[in-house]
Write a protein that binds this ligand. Structure first.
Ligand SMILES: NC(=O)c1ccc[n+]([C@@H]2O[C@H](COP(=O)([O-])OP(=O)(O)OC[C@H]3O[C@@H](n4cnc5c(N)ncnc54)[C@H](OP(=O)(O)O)[C@@H]3O)[C@@H](O)[C@H]2O)c1
Length: 276
């Protein structure tokens, strides 16, 4: 089954692109990837760049795919599912990457109790450096779990959770997380320029520092607090900066921001699905 499995992406936007690019870069066959989207120009671009098969119609994509990834904005997911209702077969396996929308609501819209894996990937999938949280509903069997994990692990690391609400926590940390690091890099670049560096140098320093710090955390296996302590000499320059961050409640700022993302995911669940 695995070698012939056809994956269909409903929604050909940023996240579908990142996942498909990651899959192709990792040797996945473009003939086994379908996409559908109402934007004809986008479909043409995707077809010419990625060599995948495109469908302007979601039901046609469904009929020609085994695993269906929902990669649309949360606000349009119910209409997409309602359109598929009646065409869906029990053999189909659904994977949602949509923030906030509960698996029970998706299944209600699809009109049955289908195998559904709710996931939260992130955009570094584009370079096989993503991280994805996954939650399987009770209908999903081990073979389906392995299949989806093998697809998503080709674009980064995978972590299963056994409580669906933890997907909202993963959304708040890694789903939205790349933007937090971009904000930090942007701020460091601006700060460097304020200290007299030219824009290009300040930009490269901030990017390379973020990359190097992440690599160190990854390769040494040390936790980030230990790494920070090791590079913070008493009374040195780093200590001055860290104390300034901490005086302004850096940890609290991060905790509040991630809580806001988590709350927004829960709000989306309640706004767009059945209230819990
Ligand atoms: N971007 C991220 O970092 C990230 C990370 C994790 C998860 N996600 C989740 O991934 C999902 C997609 O995000 P995205 O950033 O890829 O959004 P996006 O770039 O806006 O892509 C969504 C695509 O779906 C298309 N679409 C709209 N209605 C459709 C329909 N009825 N049938 C098929 N396609 C339709 C949109 O077309 P139009 O533009 O013409 O409407 C657009 O091309 C979201 O639910 C988000 O929560 C995103």
């Amino acid at each position: 089954m695995e070698n012939k499995t056809v994956i269909g992406f409903i929604g050909a936007g940023n996240m579908a692109y990142a996942l498909i690019k990651g899959l192709l870069n990792n040797g996945f066959d473009a003939n086994q990837i379908n996409i559908s989207d109402p934007n004809e120009e986008l479909l043409l671009n995707r077809e010419s760049e990625l060599k995948v098969t495109t469908y302007p119609d979601n039901t046609a994509l469904l009929s020609n795919s085994d695993i269906i990834f929902f990669a649309v904005k949360p606000q349009v997911l119910s209409s997409v599912c309602l359109e598929l209702k009646g065409v869906v077969k029990s053999k189909h396996l659904f994977v949602s990457i949509v923030a906030g929308i509960r698996s029970s609501d998706i299944n209600r819209w699809l009109g049955g109790n289908f195998s559904l894996i709710r996931t939260m990937p992130n955009t570094p999938a584009l370079f096989q450096s993503g991280v994805t949280g996954l939650f399987a509903n009770e209908v999903v069997d081990n073979e389906q779990k392995s299949l989806v994990e093998s697809i998503l692990s080709s674009v980064g690391e995978c972590f299963w959770v056994n409580e669906e609400k933890l997907i909202d926590a993963i959304t708040a940390i890694s789903g939205s997380g790349p933007a937090y690091f971009f904000l930090l890099m942007e701020s460091m670049k601006q700060a460097g320029m304020a200290l007299g560096l030219d824009e290009e140098t300040a930009n490269s320093l901030s990017i390379q520092t973020a990359y190097g710090a992440s690599l160190m955390a990854n390769k040494t296996g040390k936790d980030s607090r230990t790494l920070r302590t090791e590079v913070t000499s008493p009374n040195g320059t780093t200590q001055s900066a860290i104390e300034s961050f901490q005086d302004q409640n850096f940890e609290g700022i991060v905790a509040n921001a991630t809580r806001a993302a988590y709350d927004r995911a829960r709000e989306l669940s309640n706004e767009l699905g059945d209230a819990e």
